[in-house]
Design a protein around this ligand. Structure first.
Ligand SMILES: [Zn+2]
Length: 633
């Protein structure tokens, strides 16, 4: 206990008393409700006291200790069977206390930032991440966790707006600490029996050179998490480049083995002379399929539900393993994480159940793949619908890898991260359904005219005037046809992540088709040639119109469509200095985008903390970046 010499010190003492039962074990519900109400009573006078007589040092400590005392986190509620009353009572009360707290952070942090003790900011950020969860009504008269995040319909919910504003103020409008999501597969391990004591588990971690503050772990899971940390620390230690790994500020979402099952956690390594491990409880294992698939309705109905909801071209099987109802529910629970506006990118895509892994890069989970054009992976399976395909192998659905994803209160299976990653490829590489249909229509139309041209050409050669008119048209169309070159170059540049090359090639391509005078001249030449033909043979104008329209559309898609989003992403990421996020993201721009997109879907506020500008750019529909400058929250 600190000496009670000021209102802030009194408040800190009260918070310490509130937190004690949390550290000792899970408090019963009635105490939890009382604790939230007590927090409301502590908050107001402490904030007022600081504003009357500023004490930055103590106030910063208070802001950290306050959010750390919250009895409504996915850790504090571990093992609690939430009831409807929790949603109506403690859930509602916590929302209002949390909103008042976040307002205080927004208003007061900028002034105390420079005077706050080292480490306070990190504690507040971690505390907010843990505490932005609330019990809400769930099915069957039960309550469940809901993470307070700005996804879709909740984008303007006051508390999520406040959350983002508070994080923004805490980071001084800059990006958060760059971290690397450590997604390498975890080697299997078993819990020792009997379980070691907390002390000896901490000592084992200490011998590997890592410190840990286990007080944010629920008492019932503390030792199990320390064992998981030791296994993780062992795998870091066995790597040659431990110092380099630790420096990268690893974040390891992992399924921790606890007596009788598994729980999802996020282990964070904080660099230092003696690196520290922290673990935040994400929550229970399991998936939450959306209403598109009705549990128990059978696999055919489940597939139909998903196919209809997303406009997929089908859910075929390849290699002998059929879809099961569970697996359809699994993919659905991943895809429902996509922003509504992006789901259109999946229209016309086939989800292929695939027995083996498409490829196994050493150490990394590569359980699925998307291909837009013909691909070797389809060889021998002529019955598949035409691409794009997303292939999902066994590895998407199994949990051998012990990796997971998500936010505290909203945990996801690592396979959901993988499915969201592939959806990210679809978002960045597949033209949307309307444009795909338009291109197909124009291509078919052009082919029809090409067939019709053949019999006209001998007729053209019968008179010099007709031949000259045709040659004049051909001379104008010739350079247009050569524009395929820049289009191909653009495609290659995109694959290689060469932004400058891409921009130059698209511009060269557009040089032909965006030039009104050139287009007018070629159409005029086509009309002149047609004028020398009898009415039934007049085809040049029709042909030329479709030819030009198709290339204009292709150019527009290359310069402003979905493919361009990838180039914009890379350009913007370079501009704002976005870190790579995962090791795999370093492969190329496509993978980098897909990894960022998967985080955006599974843990959006994490991305906000990493870089709010990139998060906003994704939410704003991946606009052109020339003048893009998102407004601060
Ligand atoms: Zn990928």
């Amino acid at each position: 206990m600190r000496a009670a010499s000021s209102p802030l010190v009194e408040a800190l003492n009260s918070l310490e008393a509130l937190r004690a039962p949390l550290v000792a074990g899970t408090p019963p519900p009635v105490e939890r409700t009382a604790a939230v109400l007590r927090m409301a009573q502590i908050l107001k006078p402490a904030v007022e006291a600081h504003r009357e007589a500023p004490d930055p040092d103590k106030y910063a400590e208070f802001l950290a200790a306050f959010v750390e005392s919250c009895p409504v986190t996915s850790a504090a509620l571990a093992g609690v069977d939430l009831a409807q009353a929790d949603a109506d009572g403690v859930g509602r009360d916590w929302l209002s206390v949390l909103a008042a707290y976040l307002k205080a952070v927004v208003a007061d942090w900028p002034a105390i930032e420079g005077k706050a003790p080292a480490g306070t900011r990190r504690r507040i950020l971690a505390g907010i991440r843990r505490a932005c969860v609330v019990p809400v009504s769930g099915p069957g008269g039960k309550a469940r966790h809901r993470v307070l995040t700005s996804a879709d319909v909740r984008q303007n919910e006051p508390v999520t707006v406040l959350r983002r504003r508070a994080v923004h103020r805490l980071l001084g409008g800059r990006s958060g600490t760059p971290f690397e999501l450590y997604t390498y597969t975890q080697k299997p391990y078993a819990l020792p029996s009997p379980l070691p004591s907390e002390r000896s588990a901490l000592d084992a971690l200490d011998r590997l050179g890592f410190g840990c503050d286990p007080s944010f772990l629920p008492a019932s899971e503390r030792v199990s998490v320390l064992v998981a940390m030791t296994v993780f620390a062992g795998s870091i230690n066995s790597a040659d480049d431990r110092a380099e790994l630790v420096r990268r500020h690893l974040v390891r979402p992992v399924e921790v083995i606890v007596p009788g099952g598994r729980v999802r956690y996020e282990i964070t390594v904080e660099p230092g002379d003696r690196p520290l491990m922290r673990a935040d409880r994400l929550g229970e294992t399991g998936i939450r399929p959306p209403a598109w698939v009705t549990p128990g309705s059978g696999v055919a109905a489940a597939k139909q539900g998903l196919v209809t909801a997303l406009g997929l071209s089908g859910m075929p099987e390849k290699g002998g393993l059929p879809w099961t109802e569970d697996h359809v529910g699994f993919v659905a629970s991943a895809l429902v994480r996509l922003p509504v506006a992006d789901r259109a990118a999946l229209r016309g895509v086939a989800l292929v159940r695939h027995a083996e892994r498409p490829s196994t890069a050493p150490g990394s989970v590569h359980a699925a793949c998307l291909h837009v054009t013909e691909h070797d992976i389809d060889t021998g399976f002529p019955a598949l619908p035409p691409p794009p395909h997303i292939h999902c192998s066994n590895a998407v659905f199994t949990d051998v890898d012990l990796t997971c994803a998500g936010a505290p209160g909203d945990p996801a299976h690592v396979g959901e991260f993988t499915v969201a990653h592939e959806a990210g490829h679809a978002v960045s590489l597949c033209f949307d359904a309307e444009n795909r249909a338009s291109i197909a229509r124009l291509t078919v139309g052009l082919r029809g005219y090409q067939d019709a041209l053949a019999p006209v050409l001998p007729y053209v050669r019968q008179t010099t005037a007709r031949a000259e008119a045709y040659n004049a048209l051909d001379a104008l169309l010739g350079p247009f046809a050569q524009a395929y070159g820049p289009a191909m170059t653009a495609d290659r540049a995109l694959e290689e992540g060469d932004r400058t090359g891409y921009a130059a090639a698209v511009q060269a391509y557009g040089g032909f088709y965006q030039n009104e005078a050139k287009c007018a001249a070629v159409l005029k030449a086509a009309q002149d040639a047609d004028a020398l033909l009898d009415a039934p043979q007049r085809i040049f104008e029709k042909y030329t119109k479709v030819f030009v329209r198709r290339h204009r559309l292709l150019h527009d898609l290359l310069s402003s469509g979905t493919a361009a989003a990838l180039v914009r992403f890379a350009t913007y990421a370079d501009r704002i200095g976005l870190p790579r996020l995962t090791h795999y993201a370093g492969t190329n721009v496509q993978e980098w985008f897909a990894e960022v997109y998967a985080l955006f879907c599974t843990d959006r506020e994490r991305l906000w903390e990493l870089d709010w500008r990139l998060c906003r750019w994704l939410e704003d529909g991946r606009p052109k970046i020339a003048d893009y400058d998102p407004a601060a929250p």
